[in-house]
Design a protein around this ligand. Structure first.
Ligand SMILES: NC(=O)c1ccc[n+]([C@@H]2O[C@H](COP(=O)([O-])OP(=O)(O)OC[C@H]3O[C@@H](n4cnc5c(N)ncnc54)[C@H](O)[C@@H]3O)[C@@H](O)[C@H]2O)c1
Length: 408
């Protein structure tokens, strides 16, 4: 399915010379030693001479602190065997693409990567993202922004790809085939340049779950032809493609299944429940509860998610991993927390439920706790005020509460 895929043929053929000297030491190390498939691609011709290495492999792995970040770049390790990086060869950080980096989650991830010292290229078509989310990096030589739709192929030389580009709310995802085609293109890029690829999948792959809480081994209960299917099934297909590229082409992949996340920079009117309630309460409109309001969701603050994504990318496990906050709230409880935070008199208005709305959602995060050493830290009552002050500013232009977007 994967080898010889259309994306590959859209990129330059493997044998053609590159536009500039190859600088990665890792392309030929990306093959998994444990992958024994006879159809595996032979990358041996990509061996690159030591003098092109400019990446410091001495940076410590944030999870296994005693190990270098990219141990597999063994050639550089030998070169640097004295433990001292020769002047002029000092690393400039990893080169990382964040597709969808101008969006809500993506822009917070970009902040962390830049802060860590990496070079970041944001690829975004601004369908739901905004330049304002990343404008504070303009002028930083380690930051680039490319307006590009990932349904079209793209060639960039990078070490890692965080693939987030995808309309994530019902209002938007019905109009865009990003999930499948965009993921295929970005996997093609990862395969071509030997980059590690992380897919931001979703708890929606569990559909209306028959198992509670949801463990990664649960295969889900998804309607393949419903109004939400383009998103749910799109992400399921994206996971399939990701695993096929891993097994079939030796691409290093990671899969995160993200549960409801909230925080500053969320799209204001995109129909997601937290942003809906907060915007409505601020505007003194009634909060719309669909159905009886007893359906449950878990709400994760964005900084917790970003930490989980980075641990997953740098760690050794493919996943999938549930990344979410296991605290479970009914919609009515959420509305109450919003009332407490914004306006105790905010009204609630009931509307008929939407089609295929899951009744329950709560992640089992045992796997992420054990293998990534990760768990969320920010409670809803602590994270919500940070989002509220951002929304207030964007809705009313109120600059009084300008400041932190991080919760400790
Ligand atoms: N926020 C959540 O609660 C949540 C939950 C589960 C999964 N996710 C996943 O996390 C990722 C980020 O979600 P988010 O909440 O930040 O949403 P978002 O809409 O704020 O961000 C998505 C970004 O992708 C960009 N984009 C969309 N289609 C594109 C295309 N074809 N080419 C280039 N860029 C494109 C948008 O402009 C936007 O900047 C998505 O893949 C989403 O499915 C998010």
């Amino acid at each position: 399915m994967v080898l010889g895929d259309p994306t590959d043929s859209l990129h330059a053929p493997r044998a053609t010379p590159r536009l500039r000297p190859r600088r990665h030491c890792h392309s030929h190390h990306r093959i998994h030693p444990h992958t024994s498939s006879s159809s595996r691609v032979d990358y041996s011709h990509l061996t690159i001479h030591d003098t092109y290495f400019d990446h410091d492999t001495t940076r410590l792995n944030p999870i296994n602190h005693d190990k270098p970040l990219y141990e597999h770049r063994s050639a550089f390790k030998n070169y640097n065997s004295g433990g001292k990086v020769p002047l002029g060869l000092k690393r400039k950080g990893l080169r990382i693409v964040v597709t969808g980096g101008a969006g809500f989650v993506g822009s917070h991830l970009v902040d962390r990567l830049i802060e860590r010292g990496d070079s970041v290229i944001v690829v975004d078509n601004f369908f739901t993202g905004r330049k304002e989310n990343v404008m504070h990096h303009f002028g930083n030589p380690r930051f680039e922004l490319i307006r590009h739709d990932v349904v079209e192929p793209l060639l960039l030389e990078v070490d890692q790809i965080y693939h987030l580009a995808c309309p994530a709310s019902p209002v938007h995802y019905k109009f865009n085939p990003t999930n499948v085609v965009g993921t295929l293109n970005m996997l093609g890029l990862a395969k071509r340049v030997g980059a590690r690829f992380l897919l931001t999948s979703t708890s929606e792959v569990y559909g209306d779950p028959l198992q509670h809480p949801q463990v990664e081994t649960y295969w889900g209960n998804v309607n393949p032809i419903g109004v939400r299917s383009c998103y749910d099934e799109g992400k399921r297909t994206a996971e399939t493609l990701t695993m096929d590229y891993h097994r079939g082409a030796g691409v290093e992949v990671r899969i995160a299944r993200i549960f409801n996340t909230y925080g500053p920079r969320m799209c204001i009117d995109d129909g997601r429940v937290v942003s809906n309630f907060v915007a409505q309460a601020l505007r003194k409109e009634p909060m719309t509860v669909y159905g009886d309001g007893k359906q449950t969701r878990s709400f994760q603050y964005v900084s917790d998610l970003v930490e989980g994504l980075m641990r997953l990318m740098e760690g050794e496990h493919v996943g999938p991993f549930n990344l979410g906050n296991p605290g479970e709230f009914t919609m009515l409880q959420l509305a109450n927390v919003v009332q407490e935070t914004i306006d105790p008199d905010a009204k609630i208005e009931y509307r008929p439920n939407t089609e295929d709305d899951p009744h329950k959602r709560k992640p089992d995060i045992t796997k992420a706790k054990e293998l990534l050493g990760w768990e969320p830290k920010v409670e809803l009552r602590k994270g919500l005020p940070l989002m509220v002050s951002d929304f207030r500013k964007r809705i009313f232009g109120d600059h009084k509460e300008e400041g932190a977007t991080t919760a400790k």
